[in-house]
Design a protein around this ligand. Structure first.
Ligand SMILES: NC(=O)c1ccc[n+]([C@@H]2O[C@H](COP(=O)([O-])OP(=O)(O)OC[C@H]3O[C@@H](n4cnc5c(N)ncnc54)[C@H](OP(=O)(O)O)[C@@H]3O)[C@@H](O)[C@H]2O)c1
Length: 246
């Protein structure tokens, strides 16, 4: 894939109604995407993007906690060539809190099981359409645990592990897999995580994906903090993670 491949392509983005997902929809349209399926829990929540971009944005219902909604979306969006699984949830909390297991279960359900259902449902669609791209929005928290949001970090670490397996598995069918690791980004989640002061624009994540499709990178570190962590991680990534295990 290269930059031009976004042009004229059909994309699906989960969590497309706000935050990073919305920025990805807008950026991909500006880079010439033919159509973006905005996968959202509530179809009304994406009406402003439909008003702005007309039939280039097609709302589709996906709740990552509802596997049937994912299967139905894959049956409808049969022409998808690029899937960005962006939707995710964040809950702060201490490992020693009474709610630690409950918050971990909640975040695993969306951030990890949702990813697995998305990959299972959309891998055959991408294969039928020539390979395409599956981009998973992970986090710097996939690589480093922060004790005030440890269950979120654990769920994003698990999602990263799944993404590595997808890279190998889907490579066989010609699907490019990206693991995207933003640092603090200015969204509702960024605010909820107390990152408002240091957060950077969500557009950086969208541009990071487009750049990675040009360079062929698996790991994407789109913002300043992510780049810093990515540069420290580079050797391990290249010499261990990106080396084929088969
Ligand atoms: N912001 C950051 O600092 C940051 C940093 C690193 C990684 N990330 C990752 O980036 C991704 C997007 O985060 P964001 O900052 O844009 O978050 P956000 O502003 O909180 O938006 C979250 C999006 O996910 C959707 N969503 C939540 N639960 C869902 C479910 N069960 N099924 C389908 N969609 C669901 C939300 O839809 P509703 O509007 O319906 O709730 C919303 O569109 C997440 O995977 C997050 O972990 C964020």
């Amino acid at each position: 894939m290269n930059y031009d491949d976004i042009k004229d392509k059909t994309i699906l983005v989960t969590g497309a109604n706000r935050g990073i997902g919305k920025a990805i929809v807008e950026s991909f349209i500006k880079h010439g995407a033919a159509k973006v399926y905005g996968a959202v829990r509530n179809l009304d929540s994406i009406s402003s993007l439909v008003e702005q971009y007309g039939d280039r944005v097609v709302p589709i219902q996906v709740d990552l906690s509802d596997p049937q909604s994912i299967i139905a979306a894959a049956q409808t969006a049969k022409d998808v060539q690029v899937v960005v699984n962006n939707a995710g949830v964040f809950q702060a909390g201490s490992l020693m809190g009474d709610d630690a297991i409950a918050t971990l279960k909640f975040q695993m359900n969306i951030n990890v099981y949702g990813l697995i259902y998305m990959a299972q449902a959309f891998a055959p669609v991408l294969k039928a359409n020539g390979g395409g791209v599956f981009a998973q929005i992970n986090s710097v928290a996939s690589l480093k645990s922060y004790s005030n949001s440890v269950t979120y970090c654990a769920s994003k670490a698990a999602a990263y592990s799944i993404t590595q397996a997808l890279r190998e598995l889907l490579n066989e069918q010609g699907t490019v897999v990206l693991s995207v690791h933003p640092g603090p980004i200015a969204t509702d989640m960024g605010d909820a995580a107390g990152l408002t002061e240091i957060a950077e624009p969500p557009l950086l994540v969208a541009e990071g994906i487009i750049e990675a499709l040009k360079t062929g990178d698996f790991h994407v570190f789109p913002d300043s903090m992510a780049k810093q962590i990515g540069s420290a991680y580079k050797s391990f990534a290249e010499n261990v993670v990106e080396v084929s295990s088969s």
